[in-house]
Design a protein around this ligand. Structure first.
Ligand code: BGC
Length: 377
């Protein structure tokens, strides 16, 4: 009986494998060739994208499709060539985390080839040639950063007689997410700045729409050395005569660069300013655990990758789109899907605020590699 059950289970498993490979196409010779999904990631200098690329490939292959992964090295021309290669190789769907709006031409080519495109994490701006975007609630990511500073500096109990000082950094001006992060953070911080409880050292764009000042605090292509140099300049100039209480840093890569600059300044070797971040990169989670970086935002990109691949499969097989764990942006959030040329369907996953109190959350979610987990022990 036990044997029979085992055989039955094996048959069911085999059946579900065949089913999982449902996207495979019959070639003219009758042999089965799985559909190709092209995965274009923007860069590797921010650790998360390497993880995203690996997770996407794993989920694509687990569903019985073929995967090709390419990293654009923060160079849109390079990424466009990679996308052209996916098209030449016959990709059925592209999952694209773009570098900047220069990607639109390649997306038009994909549309002409009837290849569906999913904007992954970053919107593909200035394009009407795709229908789906999957990301996190990026305004909320910024709100968490603002709330982190609000809590750490106890701004609710603050007074204009003893103001706290902060300096502001934003992400890449060519990445639409950077504006959402910034505006989310400032929605929490602006009231304290207006009441004098918080004082800004250096440029102060009230929102990302103040493009002139936003450019001054932005970090081209999210490059850590750019943020480090800007922080060093601030420490030697605008912030030379104050002790900074906080630095709004838009992600972990830049947070660590900012912390490095602060640690080289005698004023901050004993006590760092409160520095925010996002991505829960292992190095930053370790820094939080050790009391240096104050907070990060955990965006479970393993779940994002899994959801993106499910979306790709539903597109390939013509199923109704249904992504468990993601919310279709509507109401106030619908603008997240506005490319500037049309509003695409935006599926949002929820971020989680992480501080020293709950740094284990991403570990428990199985977010890290064994090597990263060992470092966090
Ligand atoms: C992503 C962040 C990432 C940043 C730099 C943004 O578009 O949402 O997670 O830190 O790009 O790569």
């Amino acid at each position: 009986m036990k044997k029979l059950c085992t055989v039955f289970l094996l048959l069911v498993a085999a059946g579900s494998l065949v089913f999982a490979g449902g996207g495979g196409q019959k070639s003219s010779g009758g042999s089965q060739q799985a559909a190709l999904i092209g995965i274009a990631m923007p860069e590797t200098h921010v650790q998360r994208w390497q993880k995203d690329g690996a997770s996407l490939k794993r989920f694509v292959e687990a569903r019985g499709y073929r995967a090709e992964v390419a990293f654009g090295d923060a160079d849109q021309n390079r990424q466009n060539t990679q996308i052209q290669n996916f098209l030449t190789n016959g990709a059925k769907v592209l999952i694209v985390g773009c570098v900047n709006d220069g990607v639109a031409a390649a997306i038009t080519d994909a549309a002409q080839d009837k290849v569906a495109v999913i904007a992954y994490d970053r919107i593909i701006p200035q394009s009407a040639d795709y229908d789906y975007y999957i990301t996190f609630n990026n305004f909320k990511v910024g709100q968490f950063q603002g709330q982190g500073i609000e809590t750490a500096l106890d701004l609710k109990a603050g007074s204009a007689d003893a103001p706290k000082s902060i300096t502001l950094f934003a992400g890449s001006p060519t990445d639409g997410n950077a504006a959402f992060f910034y505006d989310g953070a400032m929605s929490v911080l602006n009231p304290y700045i207006k009441s004098g409880v918080l004082q800004v050292v250096g440029p102060y764009p009230e929102t990302s729409k103040d493009t002139a000042n936003f450019q001054r605090i932005a970090t081209e292509n999210w490059q850590a050395p750019v943020a480090k140099t800007r922080m060093e300049n601030l420490l030697n100039n605008d912030a030379a005569s104050v002790v900074l209480d906080a630095v709004l840093a838009p992600n972990d890569t830049l947070a660590r660069a900012i912390i490095e600059a602060c640690l080289a300044d005698a004023k901050y070797t004993a006590k760092l300013p409160v520095v925010t971040g996002q991505d829960a990169e292992a190095d930053s989670t370790l820094s939080i655990k050790n009391g240096q970086q104050y907070m990060t935002v955990f965006k479970d990109t393993t779940k994002l990758a899994e959801a993106a691949v499910l979306l790709a499969e539903q597109i390939i097989t013509g199923q109704t789109i249904n992504i468990p764990g993601a919310t279709l942006a509507s109401g106030d959030l619908a603008s997240i899907g506005n490319t500037g040329k049309k509003t695409v369907k935006a599926y949002l996953l929820e971020p989680i605020l992480v501080t020293k109190d709950n740094w284990q959350v991403p570990v428990q979610a199985g977010f890290y590699t064994a090597e990263e987990e060992a470092r966090l022990k």
